[in-house]
Each structure stands twice: as structure tokens, then as C-alpha cells.
Design a protein around this ligand. Structure first.
Ligand SMILES: NC(=O)c1ccc[n+]([C@@H]2O[C@H](COP(=O)([O-])OP(=O)(O)OC[C@H]3O[C@@H](n4cnc5c(N)ncnc54)[C@H](O)[C@@H]3O)[C@@H](O)[C@H]2O)c1
Ligand SMILES: O=C[C@H](O)CS(=O)(=O)O
Length: 499
């Protein structure tokens, strides 16, 4: 059933618009018919609704995923790989429609949404290949009549809980390895951005992902995820979202000792040393800070600039920031869409007000563009110090606070002075410094002379309060498999070997 509000999207394939949940191969409503409205953050218009599922529907989904697991696991890796490959191809074939759906519900500019769809598809492509490489080991035995091997087997039924800022990629970065390994999955997307998830389910069904293997549930996070984390049938939780909620869900998984992967919050430092190529550093800062209007977990949250180049870097950054265009993501030339909700706007305003009250200066931006809307201009602050909230809290908005430092040791101390450890960036032309600083930074990922690090081929993830585990890369599928050790006795002595 297509929603009229979406008709303005001019989709080539309106069948991608689903206002029902995908459970056990069927499109279902909530038992009592309850629904949740979905809004366009750029206009405030209601786009449509999705079911508000509860505990009973979730239990049925868990049952379906559990029932589907043995047959999906039993498929040859090559068979699962072929289905995933078709899913990858179909996602790309529908890139434009999927991007338009994403811009409508999340707000990011259409060009960024297209980019996310390609990025999301790349995880399905990557793990279609990795499906065939879940190797085990043969181990030199410790006893003549024994032989030792390991095999890798799928974990089983997995629950995925995902955020609104990357409505497609945060799902495929989990579903790709899970399905490749032979697991089945139940996804609970963010309530703000359900249509991207449901469109992925529609395409999965079209390519022959069997019923019960990939399920998407919308509705109350506490009720749905409460059931998922409490069920002993669910053997793994993979969560992407805030550190606060990640901790809650990790606790909820303890009673059933689930395997967990957590991709959590960040507080990325962006260090500019005095020997850096300043134009390159500004390019990197623009990319790392203002992508998705600053709403990415690896966005620069703090810029640390060495004193000698501070004013020059600030002036160059201001000039570039003022070329950004804020507006509706469907509008040509717009590079900064709306923030996701009023809470997000309030947080940016709170961080700016706190910094200015403590002595920071607004170099550009600083005030929302209208009293009601969710648009906030890209902002740069100077004179920022560690006492300000922006130093320790994730802003998750288009705010670039500039701190100053004098030497390498101080830069590293400032950069590491946070509970988070996801991404960090720095610019230098000194090779020795590059190694020293890269090794000293307490982060899971470090960009050196680049502001973009995310790709399906490299391990994505953090340490400390930024999470557990890695997604993508040759390591991503390990999160969805268990190693089983087989010790085979009674081999007996080989009579071909002389005593
Ligand atoms: N490390 C990463 O890869 C990564 C990627 C994207 C976003 N993030 C982080 O996510 C945050 C922004 O995303 P968000 O606002 O969607 O995060 P969030 O933690 O509020 O929500 C994430 C998901 O958890 C669900 N959820 C919320 N409260 C819950 C509860 N009590 N019980 C069960 N489920 C619950 C939400 O419905 C959503 O699906 C930022 O901190 C950002 O850094 C991290
Ligand atoms: O926000 C979280 C995403 O992981 C960002 S990225 O596109 O993977 O860099």
C-alpha cells in the first residue's frame, strides 16, 4: 500500500514503500492496529505511518527467525553468497528510489543519500564474498592418536537495533555478515527512519531471502528490544546507537549471555599540526565535520589546532564553511539538510551557549535559521577550552569548536581526554610524528591526512565507551560465527610407519 504523502517522491518503483512490518515473509500490522507516524524533518509533514508492534508480535518474529535458522544455516555458503549478491545488485538498481525515500525520512541531501545507498550495498557485496571464507583450522595434535580441527558455525538468531542517521548502511553492515554466516536476523530500526529498512526487506524478499531470515519490526523500542534481549532464542545482539542505550542493552543481554557487538558514540578529535598542509586539513575538516550535517558517529567533535597556524586555519575554515548551503535535501545545491529533531537542535544550541558563556567566540553561524524549523547553520567557534561541554559531550550537529595546543604531547593528551574512542584524525607532513601520534591515540580508527575513513573493506569500530567489536572488513563476519573445536581420538598408530 503506497502512501499519498510519498507520491511527491516520483519513485520509479512505488512498491518499495512499505507501511507494514516484514515478519516471516509476510507484511504485517500490529495486533491491535496501532501505528507510529513518520515525519519529514525538512518540512514537518507526515509522510505516513508504520505499525507500532509490541511484545507478542516480537515473540512471533523470534519464533519465525528461529524456525528459519536450520534451513538457512544448512545452505551451502555459495548458495547464501549468490542470494546476497542478487540483493546487492537489486539495491544498486534501486539506488535513486532508495535515496529519495531516505532523504524524505532522514533529511540528508539527495547526493549524500545516494552515497549512503552505495555504501550500504557495498556491505552486502563484501559479505556475499566473505560468506565463502569462514575458514577453520587444522591444529598440530598434542597426542599421536588424536586429530584436532576447528570449524566456524553461525551464532544463530541475531537481533539488530539501528540508529536514524544512516538508515540503510547501519542495517546492511549487520545483515550482510549475519546472513552470509548463516544467521537469521530481526531488525528494529529507529522509529524516525523505518521506510529505508522496510524497503531493504522488500528487496530481500524479491531476491529470494527465505521467509524468517530477515525480519524488520517497527514500534516501541523498549517493548520490542525488551523481548529480543530477554529471549534465549536470540543468541546475539548487534547495536548501533548512543553509548547510553548501548550500556542499557548490554545489561539486558547479560541474563541470556548473548554475544554483543556495540557501535556507540564518539568524540573525535581532529588535530592540525603546524607542519600540516592547511588546505588539505581544511578539506578534511569539512568532510569529517559536516557530513550528514554533523550527525555521524565519526564526525569531528573537537578541532585541536597548533598555536602557530591557529588563526590561518580558522580563517580558511570559516571561508569554506560559509560556502555550505542549508536547506531541504531535495533542493539542488543543498549540502546541509535539517537535523533529525528538535532535541538535536537544542543540543547544538546548548553546546554553543555553554561555550560562549565560558569565553568562546562564534566565528560563523551560531543561531538557528528559524524559530520552528530543524535547520541549523554550520557553525565554527574559536577560543574553546576543555572546561566547555563540547570538549566532553558528543554534539552530533554542525558545530566545529576550535581548541589551541602548543606541542605534540599536549595534543595527544587533549585528544585522549575523553571516555570515547571511536575515530580520530590528524594532519602532519612529518612521518615520524605520524607514527608516534597514530600509536598514541586511544581510538579504534585513525585518519592520517584524511577526513574520511569509512569503507566496507576496513574494520569499523571503537574502544572504551565507543563500543565492542568491528563491522565490515575480514573481521566483520567473526561477530556472527562461533569457533567450534573438534578433538578426534582413537586414530590409532599408522602401520605404514616403522615402529
Ligand atoms: N559507532 C557507530 O557506528 C555509530 C553509528 C551511528 C550512530 N552512532 C551513535 O548513535 C547515536 C545517535 O543515534 P540514535 O539517536 O538513533 O541513538 P539511540 O541510542 O537513541 O537509538 C539507537 C537505536 O536504539 C533504540 N533505542 C533507544 N532507546 C532504547 C531502549 N531504551 N531500549 C531499546 N532500544 C532503544 C532506538 O529506537 C534506535 O533504534 C549517536 O551517539 C551516534 O554516535 C554510532
Ligand atoms: O554514523 C555512523 C556511521 O558509521 C558513519 S559512516 O558512514 O560509517 O562513516
Amino acid at each position: 500500500m503506497n502512501d499519498l504523502a510519498f507520491s511527491g517522491l516520483e519513485l520509479t518503483d512505488p512498491g518499495l514503500l512499505r507501511q507494514r512490518c516484514h515478519v516471516d515473509g509476510a507484511w504485517v500490522a500490529a495486533d491491535g492496529g496501532a501505528t507510529l507516524a513518520v515525519f519529514d524533518p525538512a518540512t514537518g509533514a507526515c509522510l505516513g505511518s508504520v505499525p507500532d508492534l509490541g511484545a507478542a508480535e516480537t515473540r512471533r518474529a523470534i519464533e519465525a527467525a528461529g524456525a528459519a535458522f536450520p534451513r538457512w544455516q544448512a545452505k551451502l555458503a555459495k548458495e547464501r553468497s549468490a542470494i546476497l549478491r542478487r540483493w546487492f545488485e537489486l539495491i544498486l538498481a534501486h539506488q535513486e528510489d532508495l535515496a529519495r525515500i531516505m532523504t524524505a525520512e532522514q533529511g540528508k541531501p539527495l547526493a549524500e543519500a545516494r552515497g549512503e545507498i552505495a555504501y550500504a550495498a557495498s556491505f552486502i557485496e563484501w559479505f556475499a564474498e566473505e560468506a565463502k571464507r569462514t575458514y577453520g583450522d587444522t591444529i598440530p595434535t598434542y597426542q599421536a592418536d588424536k586429530r584436532l580441527v576447528t570449524i566456524r558455525q553461525p551464532v544463530g538468531v541475531c537481533a539488530a537495533v539501528t540508529p536514524w542517521n544512516f538508515p540503510a548502511a547501519m542495517i546492511t553492515r549487520k545483515a550482510g555478515p549475519a546472513l552470509a554466516a548463516g544467521c537469521t536476523m530481526i531488525v528494529k530500526p529507529a522509529s524516525a527512519t523505518p521506510y529505508s529498512a522496510l524497503a531493504l526487506a522488500e528487496l530481500a524478499a524479491r531476491v529470494g531471502v527465505p521467509k524468517g531470515v530477515f525480519n524488520v519490526l517497527t514500534g516501541s523500542a523498549t517493548r520490542i528490544v525488551g523481548e529480543l534481549t530477554a529471549s534465549p532464542v536470540v543468541r546475539k545482539l548487534t547495536f548501533t546507537g548512543s553509548t547510553e542505550i548501548g550500556k542499557v542493552l548490554m545489561r539486558q543481554c547479560a541474563d541470556t549471555v548473548k554475544k554483543v557487538s556495540l557501535e556507540l558514540g564518539g568524540n573525535a578529535p581532529f588535530i592540525v599540526f603546524e607542519d600540516a598542509d592547511l588546505d588539505a586539513a581544511v578539506d578534511g575538516a569539512m568532510l569529517s565535520k559536516y557530513r550528514n550535517s554533523g550527525q555521524t558517529c565519526v564526525c569531528t567533535n573537537r578541532l585541536l589546532v597548533q598555536r602557530k597556524v591557529y588563526d590561518d586555519f580558522a580563517a580558511r575554515l570559516k571561508e569554506r564553511v560559509e560556502t555550505l548551503k542549508v536547506g531541504n535535501g531535495f533542493e539542488a545545491g543543498v549540502t546541509q539538510g535539517p537535523l533529525i529533531d528538535a532535541g538535536a537542535v537544542r543540543k547544538v544550541e546548548e553546546h554553543i551557549a555553554d561555550a560562549v558563556a565560558k569565553g568562546a567566540k562564534v566565528l560563523t553561524g551560531g543561531r538557528r535559521l528559524s524559530a520552528e524549523g530543524l535547520f541549523f547553520p554550520p557553525t565554527v567557534l574559536t577560543g574553546v577550552t576543555p572546561e566547555m561541554k563540547v570538549a566532553s559531550e558528543e554534539t552530533f550537529g554542525p558545530l566545529a569548536p576550535l581548541f589551541v595546543f602548543d606541542d605534540e604531547a599536549e595534543a595527544i593528551r587533549l585528544a585522549n581526554d575523553t571516555e570515547y574512542g571511536l575515530a580520530a584524525y590528524f594532519y602532519t607532513r612529518d612521518l615520524g610524528r605520524a607514527w608516534r601520534v597514530a600509536e598514541a591515540l586511544e581510538y579504534g580508527m585513525v585518519g592520517i591526512n584524511t577526513g574520511h575513513i569509512s569503507t566496507e573493506v576496513a574494520p569499523f569500530g571503537g574502544i572504551k565507551a565507543s563500543g565492542i567489536g568491528r563491522e565490515g572488513s575480514r573481521y566483520g563476519i567473526d561477530e556472527y560465527t562461533e569457533i567450534k573445536y573438534l578433538a578426534m581420538g582413537g586414530i590409532g598408530a599408522c602401520n605404514a610407519v616403522p615402529a
